[in-house]
Ligand binder design. Sequence first.
Ligand code: ACO
Length: 328
Amino acid sequence: MTIPSVGILGLGSYLPPKVLTNLDLEKIVDTTDDWIITRTGIKERRIAEKGTPTSDLASEAARAALKDAHLNSSDIDLIICATISPDMLFPSTACIIQRKIGASCPAFDISAACSGFPYALGIAESFIRAQICRHVLVIGAEVISSFINWKDRSTCVLFGDGAGAAVVGPSVKNGNRILATFLGSDGNQADLLKIPAGGSAIPSTKESIDAGLHYVRMEGSEVFKCAVKTMGDAIFEVLKRSGRSLEDIDCLIPHQANLRILNAVAERVGIPKEKVYINLDRYGNMSAASTIVALSEASKDGTIRKGSFVVLVAFGSGFTWAANAIQW
Ligand code: ACO
């Protein structure tokens, strides 16, 4: 049995039209455009209309990726949705997306926070290599605005909503190839970035809601330090696994958390900043959607071309971290 090489056959993204600028935020919380730009690099973010489920954004991105791959929903053998803002605790958002796009195949969610898309891409790659599936729809989607305390200036300025999708399958002639994936996690750090309530540990009650435990909580400076270290380590590990060196990287697509984190990662690993793809100024941190929206945009705006060697890298709650190496 020949093990197939696996590639990305189509990419798509969807951003809700409503733009929330830093100047808009100045009217909501005690912050300034200057503070947000200096500390994070974020100028604006997209916010879904109230009541919009994550599956709506995800389905739009999925349709765009299917069109890009010249495939139909009936060609998909598996849907994996990476999200930390699911439509509800269960059923999975992936099952709801399956219904919305008219697919009939297995579907499940994964929870790896901002590392969700690189994790899901690695899972899809393994399923295809094992010949369990041929075409896998991999989605990263968030309506994280529903889980943000809009009175907490230390978190509400950071995040945005969006979705991206990739159709993954056996590599086609002259197509790209996923060379390696690396996944990491450390549950000892689980308390540093979390939504404490709404699960079995602290079920939702009036008290938990009054205490705001259903919103994102974060120890920003600890998150910052771990993000820089683990994303750097993940880049070196995936390079080793793919038999490539740092100089081979044409485009680094990092999780778009914060410009200062990305500058620190670039400096730590020794990669020129011009090779680091940035769109966080327009979208903020879209958690699991960040890397896939950036990859989709980079492939469409010509940053990634035939022959480019691309590394995706992410870090998120858990803590989790992950990287994929792709030869375009
Ligand atoms: N506007 C104005 N002032 C603010 C704001 C704001 N939005 N937020 C915090 N401040 C104030 C603080 O209250 C503090 O004031 P004080 O000195 O009077 O106490 C001051 O600014 C400095 O606060 P710090 O938290 O020390 O600011 P820092 O430079 O560390 O930046 C930040 C905070 C941007 C959150 C930073 O720690 C960071 O980027 N952390 C990583 C966050 C992140 O990206 N998380 C997600 C990554 S992982 C994932 O995506 C799941």
